[in-house]
Design a protein around this ligand. Structure first.
Ligand SMILES: O=C(O)C1=C[C@@H](OP(=O)(O)O)[C@@H](O)[C@H](O)C1
Ligand SMILES: C=C(OP(=O)(O)O)C(=O)O
Length: 430
């Protein structure tokens, strides 16, 4: 196909939507927050549905929602709550529930029930909650007996998911005393913690970062004192992770894509994809509230890049690498094996079917560019597999995706958008 040359507006950030909904629900009882620019997708659907099950009053008008706060005392104290396949909801809700009192049965999709939550629930147990696993210890489903959070010190690992820490931080101000959350090991995707702390700040709460190692000055713990969240009106940024596929489409087709509603100074980690695109020869224009990519004649490869800080883009980089002038290696993403799918194995399977060589390591991969042999690809019920393989489909005719509907996790209208920018998309019956 020809070059993609277009302006696009991207829907609100999934990460910000689920954080804002939960923080607004935790705000002082009877206060009403207005959250503007939410993303409508599976992950936010289950978040709204869970909060409503717990008695939170939520009015929705387009992409604006009004959320009535409960101050951590959930109106419904004996509830069955479903978190779907959403990692954010599944890791943010248990701490928020543990701030109150009640018996909550938490269920998730089969996919989410394979993703670990043990370290988060261990931390909540230390803080006073009681957890009864209904199937496998450390995984959904489980019953959470909540009796408020004690002001204590807890430790969580940072190398599996940053969402444990985000979830604990958001609940911590509603504990009975100061809570210190210590990090064990290095933290994956640390900017998500900045996102959490900034939004907490928007709702009137502060978090203190504690540095114990003067040499590295790395934050090793967070201190949160008892504070109330105040209802606010907040406007959410566009989703930088979804924007990544549109930036990549420009890079891949010698095209031009301007995302008209995303400023490159966002704290969302996936904006760092721009650095990889620049390295591959794309030109990045950064404007006030917008970001534009102009693709090169040929994508440059021949480098290795750590995606530790923005690993949701690992498959995007993997898809682009197929068309580069030399191999590209991605490192430091072991934790994406525990995302919606084992993403390294999923990419390997897809590229192998396309006759593209990929070498897998425990924590990354190398893609060797070559001619693509069109094939039917599995998507592993993983939206990012579907969207990144759609990038290959944007330049190679005949790529078929099984279960393309899995994009609804974060971008339900992805294929309509893909068609609107000029990619040939045909829906098949089977
Ligand atoms: O906090 C968040 O909003 C997210 C954190 C990251 O998860 P992990 O830290 O579990 O990798 C990221 O992959 C996910 O898409 C969103
Ligand atoms: C890992 C992801 O999602 P989550 O952890 O929020 O389910 C993602 O969107 O790539």
């Amino acid at each position: 196909m020809g070059s993609i040359d277009t302006n696009v507006e991207i829907s609100g950030s999934k990460s910000l939507t689920n954080r804002a909904l939960i923080l607004a629900a935790l705000a002082e009882a009877s206060s009403v927050s207005e959250v503007r620019g939410i993303l409508h997708c599976d992950d936010s659907h289950w978040c709204i549905s869970a909060l409503r099950t717990l008695g939170t009053h939520i009015d929705i008008e387009g992409t604006t929602v009004k959320v009535h706060g409960c101050g951590g005392s959930w109106p419904v104290t004996n509830a069955e709550v479903y978190t779907g396949s959403s990692g954010t909801l599944s890791r943010f809700l248990p701490p928020a529930l543990a701030t109150g009192e009640g018996k909550f049965t938490l269920q998730a999709s089969e996919q989410m029930s394979r993703r670990p939550v043990g370290p988060l629930l261990d931390a909540l147990s230390t803080l006073g909650a009681r957890v009864e696993f209904l199937q496998e210890p450390g995984y959904y489903p489980f019953v959470l007996h909540a009796q408020g959070l004690e002001g204590l010190e807890v430790e969580v690992p940072g190398n599996v998911s940053s969402q444990y820490l985000s979830g604990l931080l958001m609940a911590a101000p509603l504990a009975k005393g100061p809570v210190t959350v210590k990090l064990q090991g290095s933290l994956v995707q640390p900017a998500y913690i900045d996102l959490t702390i900034r939004l907490m700040h928007d709702f009137g709460v502060s978090v203190e970062s504690v540095t114990t190692d003067e040499n590295t000055e790395e934050t090793s713990a967070f201190l949160v004192t008892p504070q109330a969240y105040t209802a606010r009106t907040v406007t959410l940024e566009a989703d930088a992770s979804t924007a990544g596929y549109f930036f990549a489409a420009a890079a891949l087709t010698k095209g031009r894509v301007r995302v008209t509603n995303l400023d490159s100074r966002t704290v969302q980690p996936d904006i760092k994809l721009l650095e990889v695109l620049e390295r591959m020869g794309a030109k990045v224009l950064r404007g006030e509230g917008w970001t534009e990519i102009q693709g090169p004649d040929k994508l440059r490869g021949g480098f290795s890049v750590s995606l530790h800080e923005f690993s949701d883009q690992a498959l995007t980089v993997g898809a682009l690498a197929v068309f580069a002038d030399a191999p590209v290696t991605v490192t430091d993403v072991a934790h994406i094996r525990k995302h919606e799918s084992d993403r390294i194995a999923a990419l390997h399977e897809c590229l192998t079917r396309l006759d593209i060589r990929m070498d897998e390591t425990l924590d990354g991969f190398t893609v060797y560019p070559g001619p693509v042999n069109p094939a039917r690809l599995p998507t592993f019920d993983d939206h990012r597999v579907a969207m990144s393989m759609s990038l290959i489909g944007a330049v190679v005719p005949g790529i078929e995706l099984l279960n393309p509907g899995c994009v609804s996790k974060t971008c339900p209208d992805f294929f309509e958008r893909w068609a609107a920018i000029g990619v040939g998309v045909e829906m098949l019956d089977s």
